[in-house]
Design a protein around this ligand. Structure first.
Ligand code: G3D
Ligand code: MG
Length: 148
């Protein structure tokens, strides 16, 4: 599983600095998302403490590995250091044929089992930049309102 960590200084987050961990199976689209213009000054970290949010990126067209993606996701939520982190799920690669929609990814990842933290899921197509700002807007507003 790939792990990328960034502090984001984007138009969405204004001058507020947020420590956000971006996770997902390999090939999910993490690098594509982080290379977008809005992440103009990213730099990577490889530790969890003080992480305020987790962005979990799913390849919605990779139905063969959606079960593995679910297991990894719930293991991440068990991490002590990520206890208070808000969770944003990107159901990525919506442009590909057979991609699961947000409701189907919600079911496949068993998101309704998440307890005691705020989460939301957005459909994205990272290569076109679709859906990313909507998700980051939600994250920014949720962080502003005090997080989990
Ligand atoms: P990772 O960092 O999570 O491992 P990458 O994933 O960002 O490297 O993306 C893996 C591949 O998926 C890349 O293709 C990338 O262009 C593609 N990809 C990412 N997001 C989308 C999407 O929304 N739709 C489609 N169709 N493809 C996407 P390559 O060919 O460079 O390996
Ligand atoms: Mg990558």
């Amino acid at each position: 599983m790939g792990i990328l960590f960034t502090r984001m200084f984007s138009s969405v987050f204004g001058n507020k600095e947020a420590r956000i961990l971006v996770l997902g199976l390999d090939n999910a689209g993490k690098t594509t998302i982080l290379c977008m213009d809005c992440y103009c000054r990213p730099y990577w970290r490889c530790y969890f403490p003080n992480t305020q949010a987790v962005i979990y990126v799913v390849d919605s067209s990779d139905t063969d590995r959606i079960g593995i993606a679910k297991e990894e996701f719930h293991a991440i939520l068990e991490e002590e250091e990520l206890k208070g982190a808000i969770v944003l799920i990107f159901a990525n690669k919506q442009d590909l044929p057979g991609a699961l929609d947000d409701a189907a990814v919600t079911e496949a990842l068993e998101l309704h089992k998440i307890k005691n933290r705020q989460w939301s899921i957005f459909k994205t197509c990272a290569v076109k930049g679709e859906g990313l700002y909507e998700g980051l807007d939600w994250l920014s507003n949720t962080l502003k309102s005090g997080g989990s």
